[in-house]
Design a protein around this ligand. Structure first.
Ligand SMILES: NC(=O)c1ccc[n+]([C@@H]2O[C@H](COP(=O)([O-])OP(=O)(O)OC[C@H]3O[C@@H](n4cnc5c(N)ncnc54)[C@H](OP(=O)(O)O)[C@@H]3O)[C@@H](O)[C@H]2O)c1
Length: 318
């Protein structure tokens, strides 16, 4: 009798959490996932949308944001060694109780680690509490990035990393060109600043031609923009007409352009709002109107030389 009751209870619990009906494929994708996945050039499927964690501290903010995100259907988290919050990200993932393979985790190696990237990756896995990472980027195009790339290729072959990418290589186009010409294994993704005020038309074409998935940082303009795009009158009109927030209109624009997008948020209401963009569409006309806002205005654009010095001098604690 007790055994029968326990079995019934288990079935009811599974049905309530939706696991009874949702099959999981080899990529960790469930058939009831909120966010679509895009196929990268090595066949791996990445959730197109995720949570950015830049500037979310390790003293509770990052942990709470990641847990809120995962509870609300996010399955993709973007962190970096430089954000100094990987431990919190890893802990929130563990505490969420969601099977590891359903979640896409991205992190980034910092330039001071490039000369010993293999060891840096081991330390990264330790901080995250994981035995593999879905995507690892070279965070900046400075220092010994070629050496680090070889280490990432090796880690990918060994199954420690599923996809490898480059970040901010748009800042020095010649360097991007020679990197792509030289490497035997091409990046799966590239991260760069992109939003309605800097749509990066040139890079959109270039990355498409190179079959590299574009993933956008500062998708809402970032904190440095002081909310400039979130106050845009044209976007406000579209948002009002559709009964959506301006942030949702911007995120939906990224999605319909085919970008991967990782808006950052610590406010739980923003986190919940930002993922509610997958059951409605912008019309072709609305997409064109938003494309018309482009002025290629970057919100983070320091001179490449001063950045190089700064990045190479910034030693991060393990
Ligand atoms: N590869 C790189 O070099 C690089 C550089 C920068 C960023 N990134 C990655 O890209 C992610 C996204 O960039 P980001 O976080 O800097 O900028 P962002 O996503 O453009 O903007 C984040 C800001 O928008 C606010 N926000 C979020 N949702 C909102 C909403 N629905 N309504 C109003 N405001 C909202 C957030 O507020 P609250 O915090 O108050 O919630 C935060 O101040 C980062 O978190 C990081 O993971 C990568």
């Amino acid at each position: 009798m007790i055994k029968k009751l326990l079995t019934m209870f288990a079935i009811l619990a599974m049905a309530a959490s939706g696991t009874a009906s949702a099959a999981t494929d080899a990529n960790g994708a469930k058939n009831d996932e909120k966010v679509p996945r895009i196929t990268l050039n090595n066949g791996v499927k990445m959730p197109q949308f995720g949570l950015g964690t830049y500037a979310l501290d390790d003293r509770g903010t990052a942990y709470n944001a990641v847990l809120t995100a995962l509870t609300n259907g996010y399955r993709h988290i973007d962190t970096a060694h430089a954000y100094q919050n990987e431990k919190s990200v890893g802990k929130a993932i563990k505490d969420s109780g969601i099977p590891r393979k359903e979640i896409w985790i991205t992190s980034k190696l910092w330039p001071t680690e490039y000369s010993n990237a293999e060891e840096a990756l081991t330390k990264m896995l330790d901080r995250l509490g994981l035995d593999y990472i879905d995507l690892v980027y070279l965070h900046q195009p400075v220092g010994e990035y070629m050496k680090a790339w070889d280490a990432l290729v090796k880690a990918q072959k060994e199954g420690k990393v599923r996809a490898i990418g480059i970040s901010n290589f748009d800042r020095v186009e010649k360097l991007y060109d020679s990197f792509i010409a030289e490497v035997k294994v091409k990046p799966q993704t590239m991260q760069l600043e992109c939003h309605p005020y800097a749509q990066r038309k040139h890079w959109q074409e270039k990355l498409k031609a190179d079959n590299i998935q574009q993933e956008n940082w500062f998708p809402l303009g970032g904190r440095e923009s002081r909310g400039a795009i979130l106050k845009d009158e044209t976007l406000e009109k579209i948002a009002k007409a559709k009964g959506k927030s301006i942030a949702q209109i911007i995120i939906r624009w990224h999605i319909q352009e085919g970008f991967s997008v990782i808006p950052g948020a610590s406010n739980p209401d923003y986190i919940k709002e930002n993922i509610e963009v997958f059951d409605w569409n912008l019309t072709d006309e609305e997409m064109e109107t938003i494309r018309g806002l482009n002025k290629e205005q970057l919100f983070f654009n320091p001179p490449a030389e001063s950045m190089e010095r700064f990045y190479l001098n910034r030693k991060l604690p393990d």
